[in-house]
Design a protein around this ligand. Structure first.
Ligand SMILES: Cc1ncc(COP(=O)(O)O)c(C=O)c1O
Length: 434
């Protein structure tokens, strides 16, 4: 059967674009990105408002508010959404007649394209419905633990992974230790915190890490942390749900043997796509999922999602093409630029605590702050509410940090300098009267 999805790969993107050297990947249409000077570095292109306006034009945005809460998930671009709708129609029309015969053959090149994006082999990844499913399966399936061992996580890790780590006490009979990250953090203080926690807990066998945290957007030096842990015989499961797509890296750069990611955050896939990565030489450390039998490739036995949103997965080629058309290095630089515009001028304000360091290796686009001394959830819920009610700016409060609650700000590819300027002005106004 000829699959309609392939024909929609035109995507409405400009063939003339010369964004990242992928000019020939996308078909030519008038509504696409403008030709952009390919000699620009990502940092220079981050300030190229004509380019970013053309990117922004590819997204629908909520009316009447400034959307600075794009870390929940990342909306699809319009061309990706069109492709997804077309795939949904096709799957719904062709039903199991398509799925039973052609879906898996169709998924093979998609798996390969996804593996290439991640910098890994197709037999090292398995699709999931999101990072939660991926990481909980990795944590639950990790079979190198027994009574007397310890597992460890920190206050910035994500609640559903923390609950899986905590559940290991029941499942594997281990002790569970939580440590707190320093605030304010620096590269040195983060590394020192991991070192001290590992030193103080020599029975740790498994460490959960979060590459870019959802509470403050802190990016931690994953490769160094993995190496530090492995030197002590500790395995690392890395939550890269927020980092993949937001920051320019490949999965092996993390050095972690077990990684969970989301494609529906910063890569721009339809909701319902994540991945687990298990380095080939470590597959045996993860049990088959709840008694799954052998599969080919074997990694497929480590997570079984059942019936999934086939149309979403079939849309991945368009997702990846669109992602590549912008270029992950450009995404990374633009998000950091927008973040720097609001956060850094406030860094020394006596009434504002910016919680994410200025060091470009320690953040992506997400950054959190609080008004100095206002650490309760209620104060931060009400601060986010004031931004929305009085300034039309949508952000979100975050709790669970050892040092107190905060408000998280997460610009996306369609946001502008004036969006983040409006936030900075609002923070200044509120801080001056607090
Ligand atoms: C750091 C982190 N890990 C994991 C997840 C879970 O992602 P999902 O709900 O898409 O499975 C999130 C979601 O926001 C997250 O921020």
């Amino acid at each position: 059967m000829e699959i309609s999805r392939r024909s929609t790969l035109g995507l409405g993107l400009a063939g003339s674009l010369s964004l990242t050297g992928c000019t020939n990947r996308l078909a030519s249409v008038s509504s696409g990105f403008p030709a952009s000077d390919s000699t620009l570095t990502p940092q220079e292109r981050a300030r190229d408002e004509a380019f970013w306006k053309s990117v922004a034009d590819q997204y629908d945005k909520p009316a009447d508010i400034i959307q600075l809460e794009n870390a929940n998930w990342g909306v699809m671009s319009k061309p990706v959404q069109a492709e997804y709708f077309a795939n949904t129609e096709m799957v719904n029309r062709e039903s199991s007649y398509y799925q039973r015969r052609d879906y898996w053959p169709d998924m093979q090149p998609i798996l390969q394209q996804t593996a290439n994006l991640l910098g890994v082999s197709p037999d090292e990844i398995v699709f999931t419905r999101g990072a939660t499913e991926a990481l909980q399966a990795l944590i639950g399936g990790y079979n190198k633990l027994g009574p007397g061992d310890t597992v460890m996580y920190c206050d910035l890790d994500y609640p559903s992974m923390v609950s899986a780590m905590t559940w290991l006490k029941e499942r594997r009979g281990v002790d569970v230790i939580k440590f707190n990250m320093p605030e304010p953090a620096t590269r040195e203080s983060v590394l020192a915190a991991y070192e001290a926690a590992l030193e103080a807990n020599p029975k740790v066998k498994l460490l959960l890490t979060t590459h870019v945290g959802h509470r403050t957007g802190l990016a931690i030096p994953m490769a160094e942390i993995t190496e530090m842990a492995e030197a002590r015989g500790v395995d690392v499961i890395c939550d890269a749900a927020h980092s993949f797509g937001q920051i320019d890296f490949k999965i092996p750069d993390l050095k972690a043997p077990f990684v969970g990611i989301n494609m529906h955050k910063w890569v721009g896939a339809p909701i319902g796509i994540g991945l687990a990565y298990i380095r080939r030489d470590r597959l045996e450390a993860i049990d088959p999922y709840m008694g799954e039998g052998p599969t080919d490739p074997a990694i497929r036995s480590r997570i079984h999602s059942g019936t999934v949103n086939f149309a979403a997965f079939l849309t991945l080629p368009s997702v990846i093409d669109f992602h590549d058309a912008i270029g992950v290095a450009n995404k990374d630089a633009r998000l950091k630029y927008l973040r720097g515009l609001w956060a850094e001028p406030l860094r020394d304000h006596p009434g504002v605590d910016i919680l994410t360091p200025n060091d470009p290796t320690m953040h992506g686009g997400i950054t959190s702050f609080r008004l100095t001394g206002k650490t309760s959830p209620e104060e931060n819920i009400s601060l986010a509410k004031r931004f929305l009610d009085e300034f039309g700016i949508f952000t979100v409060h975050r709790t669970g940090l050892a040092h107190g609650a905060c408000v998280r700000v997460a610009p996306s590819y369609f946001n502008t300098p004036s969006d983040v300027d409006a936030l900075r002005a609002a923070i200044l106004e509120i801080a001056s009267t607090a």
